[in-house]
Design a binder for this molecule. Sequence first.
Ligand code: LLP
Length: 419
Amino acid sequence: MDHFALKDGVMHAEDVPLPRIADEVGTPVYVYSRATLERHARVFREALDAVPDKLIAFAVKANPNLAVLKVLQKEGYGADCVSVGEMRRALAAGIAPEKIVFSGVGKTAAELVAALEAGIGQFNIESEEEGLELAEIAAGMGLTAQCALRINPDVDAGTHDKISTGKADNKFGVPIDQAGQIFGKLASHDSVNLRGVAVHIGSQLAETAPLERAFEKLGALVKALRGAGHTITHVDLGGGLGVPYRKGEVLPAPADYGAMVARVTKDWGVALIFEPGRVIAGNAGVLLTRVVRVKRGLNHPFVIVDAAMNDLARPALYGAYHHFEAVEPTGAEMTANIVGPICETGDTFAMGRECDALTSGELAVFRTAGAYGATMASSYNSRGFVAEVLVDGDKFAVVADRIDAGSIMDAERVPDWLA
Ligand code: LLP
């Protein structure tokens, strides 16, 4: 459930009419709903009520906006970070260092140092090589790094290839059949407290079965590691729960996921860590855009909007579907190609889409844009970076300024020898 709905024929975010935001902030603009973020945070937490000892660490990559992180910090969430940039954001939002998990295959030495200095809660080590480097750095600093070893369980998550992470040939984690041996090697270093294992098999999962398979493999590994004399106190189950992008689409509810987790992990005797991203932020945001013009097309008209693939990359990158609707629908419909202004055919949000009838100057939204939206923006075609707004009841605030093309150009220079 989200808080974007028509009131008196005009789409609102909570109690704020979207045309007001468009007038005051301009378009395109991402609009987030605080009530929706909080609701999703609560629903996910309550779904895991049966898990006694847990940390829910929001996957910052899904939406790193500081105000969004602040909302989740107030909900008691930690942060799953994949760069020092994300870690700094989490800390700036007031998330305690011990609630921060650091994942990612390419953590640099400088990042490992910065995260050790910050005293983060857990490093999810993705390779033997990384573990050895971390052990050496931590020893040099006279510190002990709290760590889990990320396992590649070789499970097909059944999602888009580009966001699948748990198959044997993906770059993430260590192969499950080598995990015992690598764990043993790394655990022998005093400067790392290798206290558990981690897994994340992919994103936008449409069923819980692949997760269950991965978790069962992990449970067997925990047993084997304990059998080999290791102490296992933490298991990180990653993120991945999908959300509905299409009207009427049914995905596993957080409660289904929670019940499965409780069943599979009931005898593990560990603290569990969760890293949800999309399920918290996805439906808490829309991308508000204005129709530039409608152009005749061969089969269907082209609705050219002022948002483009640089603002919302998912359709161009993954062929992703984002529901598109008018802010002030008249009831009339059309079949249209919905495109942005960027000079490549990939800048297409939808072809032959049945949608609300729209004409030049009217406002529309792409739904489910709160996760992997603004954060994946670029300035391609010198379009600048899109603004972000957070709504709370009847008020709103700009939580990320629009960075115009001029400011980006200001950071560039022509060297004297070229002038
Ligand atoms: N934990 C780790 C280690 C991850 O790599 C990810 C996502 C998550 C947690 C959060 O997954 P979620 O709960 O959001 O599914 N840009 C793509 C999604 C990439 C996901 C990358 N990793 C998209 O727009 O669909």
